[in-house]
Design a protein around this ligand. Structure first.
Ligand code: NOJ
Length: 768
């Protein structure tokens, strides 16, 4: 202990000498003795490093550039690229995004480390949203697994593959709660519920970061988009978010808090404004709440260009003002606005920005670099052997297949068509998506190869016992598929119907794969209609007219309003965009090699007019008609209030029975309530059930939802087997946030519901 202190003081005094004359700093010694010291703490090293940095170099740490070009090939011409490279050499860049692959990352890291004065390594950020090259299901699909271990494992696998490709920071998880199926980015989140969303946020952060960030297999995570982005008005991406305080504190913020508590290293703010203040310039969110109240010691990155967009919002008078507002509000790193690097130094000199804010932001960023092990070895994530053996390996594919199976939700199996026998059937497979090998990858697959997923058709063909024939029937959309392409939804071409009809007529079963192409959800891909795009509804009805034995496999990135299908089609499987192993996962469910266990993380509406639709709504003063035919109660005159498929819903090939609830009313003794239920598998197959617990605080000083998820447990049961499930409710489950963001636990009556989905009527009551 004494020795450590001695060394620290010794080095510190040597450094003081160095800092009198910057040119004399021997960076090799400084790195070896200070930056790589095993005795100094990270905070001490950060502070000693900051002492060596000029204001401009500190600002450089706050600057993030995108490098959308091949760094091992010829450099593209143009002023912007040459400025970026110049700044890399000058130590004016703290991080790059969109540079991946060991060769490219190494080339750029070398510039920073070997050509800049202090040689500070860069962070390499990338949107590793659901896998890197080997793709797992889109996040909303993974959320449908309700399997926290599998979700954590999926993030871990993604981190392993991305880190083997040079990446050390992912812009994930997106923890935005959303209730609006029109918003294209619901595919990227965990759905509508803050409790499930918080558990999943924790699982994903832990999966990416592991318990040792300096291991070459783990990467820093980023909780985004802080905050309110999931509440864009009318579900239109980038639109304004106007949110009441109760919803902000009880619905939107909890998953962010959970991510913080799980140790997430970074946050990303949002393009959007929250109640009139852009998130990027929002002091309440970033400084008051996140950094002060929650004590977050990582850093906040802006969203792409969101600092300069504050001018367009009408919040900043010009770009320089935008930089001032953003840094003062607590946005630490500038993603691609290029404003910190150009404006902050003069803002400091003019006294409009305190140097302490720059120093604090730089310290936060440097700290993460130290924690990632980059000062010990800037090329830690640049091992070509590792890249070769890990990226795309069989082990990764096995792992994404596992979570893909668990993400599938059986919505209807009326006549028990499923599981299909493995022999003797003539099966027609219809729908463009069934043969598509790109769409199953889903949106946000920047590093994946097009055409690399196992299609549904291929997955079915891997089972050899039945005869399988395919007809496209119709396209989902027309247009080029790609990251920046537009897909026209309203294709009108029905010329393939005839072939599909004739195939359906001579088949025993028709498997139809309908829904959305991957590029019809995701960022910038909101929809004003949430039915089956193009002529797919017409195709479905046409085939139904000749063969009613249909298994409808939905592939989609959002809840769809498929009321006609729910009424007519006997069997519906929610197959989302399941990633690289999509077709194999679906085939295993269709043939019964995996008994479906998924549950919806978002309500499916009957029609678009119900949106935003969510299960944890408040009661209102006029909840149900007092008399038949009554008009003045909260309802539509042309649609039910209830969803088509509720939150938490999903069937199995077996059946589960719930016994009466037992509630111990002992809150006054030890401040906790126990809720006990027996669950039995009364069917003939092993199955997995997610037992869900919902609470209703009957009256409170701020109105509480009719029910809120406050516990769930996933169990596997053999036929005839019973398991006793005990939920323990503490103040963490019993309380809520008031409109000032204070946590309250109020005495009074509670209803508790336990069951198979959010509509369960298995109920008991207790008091606290
Ligand atoms: C914009 C998106 O909103 C954000 O989520 C993403 O991480 C960045 N672009 C970087 O690609």
């Amino acid at each position: 202990m004494k020795l450590n202190r001695f060394y620290f003081l010794f080095f510190f005094s040597v450094l003081q000498l160095f800092s009198c004359n910057e040119k004399q700093l021997d960076i090799t010694d400084f790195k070896a003795n200070v930056l790589k010291s095993t005795t100094l703490s990270v905070d001490q090293k950060v502070s000693l490093l900051l002492d060596q940095m000029t204001l401009e170099e500190k600002i450089g740490q706050l600057n993030q550039y995108s490098g959308f070009w091949d760094f091992t090939g010829p450099t593209p011409e143009g002023e912007e690229v040459s400025q970026k490279i110049k700044n890399l050499k000058n130590g004016m860049v703290g991080s790059m995004l969109n540079v991946s692959g060991v060769e490219d990352v190494l080339a750029v890291q070398k510039i920073a480390v070997e050509e800049s004065r202090l040689g500070i390594p860069l962070l390499f950020g990338f949107d590793v949203i659901h896998g890197f090259k080997t793709i797992s299901p889109i996040p909303i699909a993974e959320a449908a697994s309700w399997n926290l271990d599998a979700i954590q494992a999926s993030a871990q696998v993604a981190a392993k593959e991305a880190s083997a490709s040079g990446i050390n920071w992912t812009f994930a998880p997106m923890v935005d709660v959303s209730r609006d199926a029109r918003w294209g980015r619901v595919m990227e989140g965990a759905g509508e519920d803050p409790y499930l969303g918080s558990k999943i946020a924790r699982a994903r952060v832990t999966g990416f970061q592991g318990d040792d960030l300096s291991s070459p297999s783990t990467i820093a995570a980023c909780a985004k988009h802080f905050a309110g982005y999931g509440f864009v008005e009318a579900g239109r991406d980038y639109n304004t978010a106007d949110v009441g305080t109760s919803t902000l504190h009880n619905i939107i913020l909890p998953p962010f808090k959970a991510a913080k508590e799980a140790g997430v290293k970074t946050f990303m703010n949002s393009f959007t404004d929250l109640n009139g203040i852009p998130a990027t310039g929002n002091t309440y969110l970033q400084r008051d709440l996140l950094k002060n109240k929650w004590n977050f010691d990582g850093f906040v990155v802006s969203d792409w260009g969101s600092i300069s967009e504050m001018v367009t919002h009408g919040y900043a008078k010009d770009k320089k003002h935008a930089a001032q507002l953003a840094i003062n509000a607590g946005s630490d790193m500038d993603m691609e606005s290029h404003l910190y690097v150009t404006q902050l130094a003069s803002l400091v000199k003019e006294g409009k920005v305190s140097e302490a804010f720059i120093e604090d932001a730089a310290a936060r960023i440097l700290k993460v670099k130290f924690e990632l092990g980059l000062f010990d070895d800037p090329y830690l994530y640049c091992n070509t052997d590792r890249q070769g053996s890990i990226v795309g390996s069989k082990a990764l594919h096995d792992s994404v297949l596992d979570i893909a199976k668990k993400s599938i939700v059986l919505l209807k199996n009326q006549t028990n068509i499923l599981p299909l026998p493995k022999q003797g059937l003539r099966i027609a497979v219809i729908g463009a998506l069934a043969a598509d090998k790109t769409s199953p990858l889903g949106n946000w697959t920047l590093a994946a190869d097009a055409n690399s997923a196992v299609s549904l058709l291929e997955g079915l063909q891997n089972y050899k016992g039945n005869s399988i024939a395919y007809a496209k029937g119709a396209d989902v959309a027309v247009g080029k598929v790609g990251f920046v392409s537009e897909l026209e939804i309203n294709t009108t071409d029905t010329s393939g119907f005839k072939e599909a009809v004739s195939l359906a007529k001579k088949s025993d079963v028709v498997i139809m794969s309908l829904g959305e192409h991957a590029m019809q959800s995701g960022e910038g891909r909101s929809r004003a209609n949430i039915d089956l795009p193009g002529v797919q509804q017409e195709l479905l009805e046409t085939i139904y007219a000749v063969n009613k034995n249909i298994v409808l496999v939905l592939n989609n990135g959002r809840p769809l309003a498929v009321q006609w299908a729910a009424q007519h089609i006997p069997t519906i499987v929610e197959g989302w965009h399941l990633g690289s192993q999509s077709g194999n996962a679906l085939a295993q469910v269709i043939y019964g090699d995996y008994n479906p266990s998924g549950k919806l993380p978002m309500s499916f509406p009957r029609s678009l007019g119900q949106v935003p639709l969510y299960y944890n709504n408040k009661n209102t003063g006029r909840p149900s008609p007092v008399n038949p035919g009554e008009v003045f109660w909260t309802h539509y005159i042309d649609q039910k209030n209830t969803p088509l498929y509720p939150f938490g819903y999903g069937l199995s090939y077996t059946k589960f029975e719930y016994d009466t609830l037992l509630v111990s009313n002992t809150y006054s003794d030890n401040k906790q309530i126990e809720v006990i239920v027996d669950v039995t598998n009364i069917g003939k197959r092993q199955g997995v059930e997610t037992v869900q617990l919902y609470l209703k605080d009957v009256y409170a000083s701020v109105i509480r939802p009719l029910r809120s998820l406050k516990g769930f447990e996933q169990i596997s049961l053999q036929p005839g087997e019973t398991k006793k499930i005990t939920f323990t409710l503490t103040d963490n489950e019993l309380g809520f946030y008031d409109n000032q963001g204070n946590w309250l636990v109020e005495p009074g009556s509670f209803d508790v519901f336990v069951g198979t989905d959010s509509t369960t009527e298995i109920k008991s009551t207790f008091k606290i």
